[in-house]
Design a protein. Structure first.
Length: 379
């Protein structure tokens, strides 16, 4: 299907949607403290490079999903759980079609001296991976525990323990990844609008190739109001990575680590968010990478129902060590979209995007254009 044919299909899908009414929970019980929701989506999209490599093919896809959500807000504990299924069909590359389940549950405690949350999730995912330039299918599992304890009036201590596993399917050339994260921060209430904090993070990544990466990070930061109309958080520090290879060799890397996000809301209808991040990661080919990225996103609400979104980002990826072969990637991405929200019962979103990757590896030097229309309804 050509791009012009896809655009005609987008228009027909939009016209097919009928009038709806204000949404409420499908089922309420226990004096309104427990809610059940059902969300359904349907969409169509065009992607000029579904495999994310130089010369990758284009295709039109059709998607649908169904999600069941349970929420409970009563007493000291809150529960949020969802179960769903996502379906994708490709017109030319029919072998890439999938029907993938996902599930997630979270319990939160927001009252009492000690607060926090525990969550766990599982999902099966198929996507184009820009770092390894193929489409992958994997099971992803994760779990996390977050705790906050106030020591004295202005000081509090937080702790996080997390686990993530990515298990690749039907590709013996890729390694599965198990990542454990343990971190802690000390928070100081500087004033009513701003907190200061500092902490340490330990992250251990094991692969099925019998390699292990150990990351140590010391960071400081602030959260809350930065200036009168800008709020956000900033965390910067020093990071050291130890990479232990299967042949007994050891490589070390160090550098700046950062996570900075700030939102400007100086106008009632316009929000602008900027971000900067830098970190080490391990990719599915058992290579350590250092990624630095920067971006800006904006959302403008014309009315209570119509809104526009746009954004742009850029980044640099260094593939480290002997296995990285000196590869360097630089990318640029931008997107724009419009959303119409009648109520929870009906929302329509039209979006388009552009991504270009400049790489020292010719196979990974490519661009990608996407456009999609999605309709959703929540009951």
């Amino acid at each position: 299907m050509r791009l012009s044919d896809s655009l005609r299909a987008f228009a027909l899908l939009a016209l097919a949607s009928g009038p709806v009414i204000t949404a409420r929970a499908l089922v309420k019980f226990n004096d309104g403290h427990d809610d059940f929701f059902i969300t359904g989506t349907a969409g169509i999209g065009y992607d000029s490079n579904i495999f994310a490599y130089n010369g990758g093919g284009s295709d039109t896809s059709y998607n649908a999903s169904l999600d069941l959500e349970y929420r409970r807000k009563a007493g000291m504990l809150g529960v949020d759980a969802d179960l769903g299924w996502a379906f994708y069909k490709f017109q030319k590359f029919s072998s890439e079609a999938f029907a993938h389940p996902h599930a997630r549950a979270e319990i939160t405690k927001n009252a009492g001296r000690t607060t926090g949350s525990v969550n766990a999730g599982v999902k099966r995912e198929s996507r184009a991976d820009s770092a390894i330039n193929i489409r992958t299918t994997s099971w992803q599992y994760d779990a996390a525990l977050n705790v906050k304890y106030p020591v004295i009036e202005r000081y509090s201590l937080t702790g996080q323990l997390g686990w993530n596993r990515r298990d690749f399917q039907d590709n013996a050339a890729l390694v599965d990844l198990d990542t454990w994260t343990l971190s802690s921060d000390v928070f100081y209430v500087y004033n009513s609008q701003r907190d200061l904090f500092g902490g340490y993070r330990l992250r251990v990544t094991d692969t099925t190739a019998d390699t292990q990466e150990i990351d140590h990070a010391l960071t400081i930061g602030t959260s809350g109001k930065i200036v009168s109309t800008i709020n956000g958080s900033a965390r910067v520090g020093y990071q050291l990575r130890e990479s232990n290879r299967r042949d007994g060799s050891r490589e070390t890397y160090d550098g700046l680590t950062s996570v900075v996000s700030a939102t400007w809301s100086g106008l009632s209808r316009l929000n602008v968010t900027g971000f900067v991040s830098s970190d080490f990661n391990t990719i599915a080919t058992d290579v350590s990478v250092s990624t630095t990225s920067i971006g800006l996103d904006a959302q403008y609400a014309f009315t209570a129902r119509w809104s526009l979104v746009t954004g742009a980002s850029a980044g640099r990826v260094r593939f480290l060590g002997v296995t990285g072969s000196g590869r360097r990637d630089t990318y640029f991405a931008c997107n724009a979209g419009a959303a119409y929200t009648l109520s929870d019962r009906f929302k329509a979103t039209l979006s388009c995007g552009y991504f270009e990757n400049w790489s020292t590896l010719a196979f990974s030097d490519y661009d990608r254009n996407t456009i999609s229309l999605n309709l959703s309804s929540r009951w």
